[in-house]
Design a protein around this ligand. Structure first.
Ligand SMILES: [Zn+2]
Length: 344
């Protein structure tokens, strides 16, 4: 059994995105309740620490950080049409970035094999200089930057299976060969980025991999994309650490996404990433909550993922069936990525 760290805190309920808003405190409440019911003795439960300003500044500009801080205490501030803060948002966002850092620290230091960080507000749309798409600070990007720039790692993989493209994470590392950003997402869908030809620039060329997928794709299409596109590239990259932007809004119950991923699908994707991590970096995997707006889908998927984190990496992989709808995505992605990676 793997020792798994769970990072959770009821202070994550304090950020309110608005009176009627899908990114609501109950999302974390059901995840905490679910995690409390898991009786595994190998779960190590951590309270998150707040990120420091220096850590957040690894990915965000000082002026923008000051703007978020100035919103503290204000009942409401509108960052964009669907990203609103409340009095406690700034502190909660610092705690969300810190929660993923707490997880990364525990795994990097060998206190746990892997970890799941139950955090909000989410992060992957947050840009260096602006909040966007319910996100304020880019929690997973900050952890990746911390691993490379503070801990000195040279290769960190971010796998983002949230139904939305993580435009913020992509932009932050677009010129970096140290962070391989891979995303599966519904396309077209908010925020509109994440097409196949977005593969990075300069030294970062080839280190952004997008798999835009049509609505109603499910487990088999995702697994086929994993097996024939993402995992072969990830193996060549040979990561020293694997971060997962674990949004559960590609679940079939989700009201914002139109995908059909099931709990088994999340387990199968994670199992592939765990095996990769076991081969490349002693199994170091940290998953962090991003989106996911159906409470039952969140709790069920979160439980399935936390249970899978506890299993050994050599469990059998469930194969994808033919999933023909995945083929054009894989073939077209290969066309754009062939200059950088060996793809058969
Ligand atoms: Zn999302």
């Amino acid at each position: 059994m793997n020792k798994t760290a769970i990072i959770a805190d009821r202070r994550y309920l304090k950020h309110s995105a608005g009176r009627v808003h899908p990114e609501r405190p109950e999302r974390v409440a059901v995840m905490i309740e679910m995690a409390q019911q898991i009786g595994r003795s190998d779960l190590k439960r951590y309270s998150p620490r707040e990120a420091t300003s220096d850590e957040v500044a690894l990915c965000h500009l000082p002026d923008y950080m000051a703007t978020v801080e100035r919103s503290a205490g204000l009942e409401r501030f509108d960052f964009d049409a669907d990203t609103h803060s409340s009095a406690d948002t700034w502190k909660t966002a610092m705690l969300a970035a810190g929660g993923v850092l707490t997880a990364a620290e525990a795994v990097a230091d060998g206190e746990a094999h892997n970890a799941f960080a139950i955090v909000r507000p989410p992060g992957h749309h947050a840009l260096p200089d602006r909040a966007m798409g319910f996100c304020f600070f880019n929690n997973v990007a900050i952890a990746a930057a911390w691993l490379t720039r503070v801990r000195g790692l040279r290769r960190v993989l971010i796998m983002d299976w949230d139904v939305h493209h993580g435009n913020g994470t992509q932009e932050i590392f677009y010129e970096s060969p140290q962070v391989l950003y891979m995303s599966t997402h519904q396309f077209p869908l908010y925020p509109g980025t994440g097409w196949l030809d977005e593969t990075g620039v300069g030294a970062g060329s080839g280190f952004t991999v997008n798999a835009p997928m049509p609505a109603t794709c499910g487990d088999h299409e995702y697994l086929r994309v994993f097996d024939h596109l993402l995992m072969p590239i990830a193996r060549q990259f040979n990561p020293e650490f694997v971060l997962i932007s674990a949004g559960f809004d590609c679940h079939y119950r989700d009201p914002l996404g139109m995908m059909r991923v099931t709990e088994d699908g999340f387990v199968a994707m994670l199992r592939r990433l765990k095996r990769l991590a076991a081969e490349c970096c002693g199994g170091k995997v940290v998953a962090a909550l991003e989106g996911g707006y159906d409470l039952k889908a969140l709790a069920d998927s979160g439980r399935a993922v936390i249970e899978e984190l506890g299993r050994d990496a050599d469990e059998p992989l469930s194969p994808a069936d033919d999933a023909e709808r995945a083929l054009p995505i894989i073939q077209r992605a290969k066309y754009f990525l062939a200059p950088y990676w060996k793809l058969d």
